[in-house]
Design a protein around this ligand. Structure first.
Ligand code: NAD
Ligand code: SER
Length: 316
């Protein structure tokens, strides 16, 4: 693996992943492709404008940069997807199809495609959700994730294209903001807490969801990318559990460091959250590629407050 394209590389996960991969493979060997223009172009080079809904765009970049591996992160997340399902379909399903077809034609070595807890639905068991269980999501985002898991498996079995993916829970990070998901509250709340502003939470206080801190998210996707193929019995659909909490648990943990006010005003995202698991059984990830998270809720909150505080110039 040495020439990597990260689609959606300016996004929440992409920006951390690019930093990690560039340390490992070299700055010039990790290319950011995103439909957005970067705010500070000189800081993110090499960057190329990419719209994954345009197949010829992808082919051109693969040829120009001699790409052999893609981390395909370009997507419309759950909440934004419900506001524009047509766009979510185009980007998440047609965009992925384009990536897989380009990958097949150029015989790429590997394509990493994150799935999500959104692949599950209201009929899925909610606690310790098994890896292999009912997948009947009701959001366009969730439907696109199940489609992605199955398409990835199809391209592996039919064409030998090595597609792999984890089902990420809500990802928490301090260096880039989240992009329009149902779990975004768990990042936004830190900004309000550090500024001692009142936070209006869009989920009910007792809505438990699986979550993960960014260093573990990067660890999970890169460990899976590097796992020996012969060890994998699953490919595109690994549950990965790190921590589970409700908004009130997070508030209580943050209040150990800073005092701030919170009000709960659930909106349309509450229904989405209630259709997702509360916790995941990630036995296949642990058995097939030794998955193990490093951060629990207290460790994540401490690190978030320290790093985001520094970034915002706010004392704890
Ligand atoms: P994000 O919204 O922060 O970033 C997505 C990026 O894709 C953005 O920079 C956006 O500009 C770009 N993009 C959108 N449309 C595009 C297009 N047509 N062509 C090229 N780029 C386009 O998302 P993220 O949180 O970084 O998510 C990355 C992946 O991880 C997605 O597949 C997402 O479903 C998955 N995931 C994320 C989370 C989470 O909590 N962040 C949880 C589960 C799964
Ligand atoms: N965090 C993501 C979202 O809320 C889950 O995939 O959309």
């Amino acid at each position: 693996m040495n020439r990597i394209l990260v689609t959606g590389g300016l996004g929440q996960i992409g920006s951390s992943l690019v930093t990690h991969l560039r340390k490992q493979y070299g700055q010039d060997n990790v290319i950011i492709g995103d439909i957005r223009e970067p705010e500070n172009p000189e800081e993110v080079e090499p960057y190329t404008r990419l719209d994954v809904t345009q197949r010829e765009n992808i082919d051109k970049i693969i040829g120009e940069y001699d790409i052999d591996t893609i981390y395909h992160l370009a997507a419309i997340l759950s909440a934004r997807g419900e506001q524009n399902p047509q766009l979510a379909f185009k980007v998440n399903i047609l965009g992925l199809y384009n990536i897989l077809e380009s990958g097949r034609e150029h015989s790429l070595e590997r394509i990493m495609v994150p799935s999500s807890i959104a692949a599950f639905g209201p009929e899925t068991p909610k606690d310790n959700t098994p890896n292999d269980t009912i997948l009947r999501p009701r959001t366009i985002y969730g439907i696109s994730k199940v489609t992605g898991e199955l398409l990835g498996l199809y391209y592996w079995e039919k064409y030998g294209l090595d597609v792999r993916g984890v089902r990420y829970p809500g990802i928490i990070s301090w260096n880039a903001p989240p992009g329009g998901g149902t779990t975004d509250y768990a990042v936004e709340i830190f900004y309000y807490a550090l500024r001692r502003d009142k936070y209006i939470c869009f989920l009910k206080e007792d809505t438990v969801l699986p979550m993960m801190y960014m260093p573990d998210a990067i660890k999970a996707i890169t460990m899976l990318a590097e796992a020996p193929a012969e060890k994998l019995r699953h490919r595109t659909d690994f549950n990965v559990q790190a921590m589970s909490f409700a908004p009130r648990d997070l508030v209580n943990e943050i209040r150990k460091y800073v005092d701030f006010q919170v009000e709960y005003r659930p909106d349309y995202r509450q229904k989405i959250a209630e259709s997702w698991p509360r916790s995941l059984d990630d036995t296949p990830a642990r058995e097939e590629w030794n998955w193990k998270p490093d951060y629990d809720l207290p460790a994540m909150v401490k690190d978030m407050l320290e790093n985001l505080g520094k970034k915002l110039g706010v004392e704890l």
